[in-house]
Write a protein that binds this ligand. Structure first.
Ligand code: RIB
Length: 337
């Protein structure tokens, strides 16, 4: 037998398809004996209800879409976990995908969620969020931005003050006595990266005698971090930074790996290192990394609350831009020996 339908169940149970539908959706309208007979037929035939069709008929999908920048980045893994833990309590499924930091791919994934008429979308935009937000809203699908905010206060968002985060990182390195600091990160089109650099420059501007340089990277990954160090390793001591601040922890892990493999530079003695996100791996690194912590799970939880409040038409709903503050977590990679 192919896909078992409601009609098949009704025929075996000797009732109408409408009675089967009531057993599934309004059992209070059906006698116990009929429920037992229909359940017997469902079990006998292995009938599984079509949730998507039911959701579409109801106009109330039980799924939300989540588009992150990179599912391979543990920061987004923690954000996803926070969103899922909160969504499950509301009986909502979180459909996760990523843009791989590519605007065309972001547009494709947003269109897929639109076709599936999801209840709402959480979006960590690559560059400009407005096209995706306007497209979804025009179809009546609520959107909450995660890890980014828009000047448009009609769009809810949950993000972290990345300018403050960059400032925290570089101020810490300066307080540790470092005077030649390199920022490693990119592409600068990603707002999180440019904001962290803005904060770093602000901290440098508050101190005389600090040399600052920027090493741009094509992506926010471990290999990009490793490659960024190659230039530094070829320099003589007077031209080499004595500290590196990276736009995220994956870059920092790459920088650390390359410095250790090179063998002639010690962390933190010769080069101090600060990352960003405070993912679990940085605690386990061969030199535990100092990092700027983002409350990734809390970002996910808060975003779900905002999205469902709008999707459910809560009377008290109003768009909100929630901004969390980052914190400095000190570890061996910036310890004064
Ligand atoms: O995806 C790039 C970075 O932006 C992540 O590492 C995290 O820091 C996010 O804010």
């Amino acid at each position: 037998m192919g896909v078992v339908s409601v009609k098949d169940v009704a025929a075996l149970a000797g009732v109408s398809p409408g009675t089967v539908s009531n057993v599934l959706n309004r059992p209070d309208r059906v006698s116990g004996a009929t429920i037992e007979r229909v359940q017997w037929a469902i079990d006998r035939l292995g009938y599984v209800r079509n949730g998507a069709a039911r959701q579409l008929r109801a106009g109330q999908s039980r799924s939300i879409g989540l588009v992150v920048l990179d599912v391979g980045n543990p920061f987004f893994g923690d954000l996803i976990r926070g969103a899922e833990d909160k969504a499950v309590t509301a009986g909502i499924t979180v459909l996760v995908t990523d843009s791989r930091e590519n605007t065309d791919r972001e547009r494709t994934q947003v269109a897929l969620f639109e076709e599936q008429r999801v209840r709402g979308v959480l979006l960590s935009p690559v560059v400009d969020a407005r096209p995706s937000v306007e497209r979804l809203r025009s179809r009546g699908i609520p959107v909450v931005l995660v890890d980014r905010a828009l000047p448009d206060t009609s769009v809810s968002s949950v993000s972290v003050n990345d300018v403050a985060g960059g400032e925290l990182a570089v101020r810490h390195l300066i307080e540790q006595g470092r005077r030649h600091i390199a920022f490693v990160g990119g592409p600068m089109s990603i707002r999180q990266v440019s904001d962290r650099l803005t904060g770093a420059r602000k901290a440098v501007s508050e101190h005389n005698g600090v040399r600052f340089e920027v090493i741009d990277t094509p992506e926010l990954s471990v290999p990009a971090g490793r490659h960024a160090v190659l230039d530094l390793l070829g320099r003589n001591a007077s031209a080499r930074p004595d500290a590196v601040f990276t736009a995220n922890d994956l870059l920092a892990l790459g920088v650390l790996q390359e410095l250790i493999l090179a063998g002639n530079l010690r962390v933190p003695e010769d080069v101090m290192l600060v990352g960003y996100d405070d993912i679990d791996f940085v605690q386990a690194a061969i030199v535990p990394l100092t990092s700027i912590r983002q409350p990734a799970r809390l970002i996910g939880e808060t975003a779900i609350d905002l999205l469902l409040s709008e999707a459910d038409g809560d009377p008290g709903f109003a768009p909100r831009q929630v901004v969390y503050q980052p914190t400095l977590v000190k570890r061996a990679s910036t310890a004064s020996r």
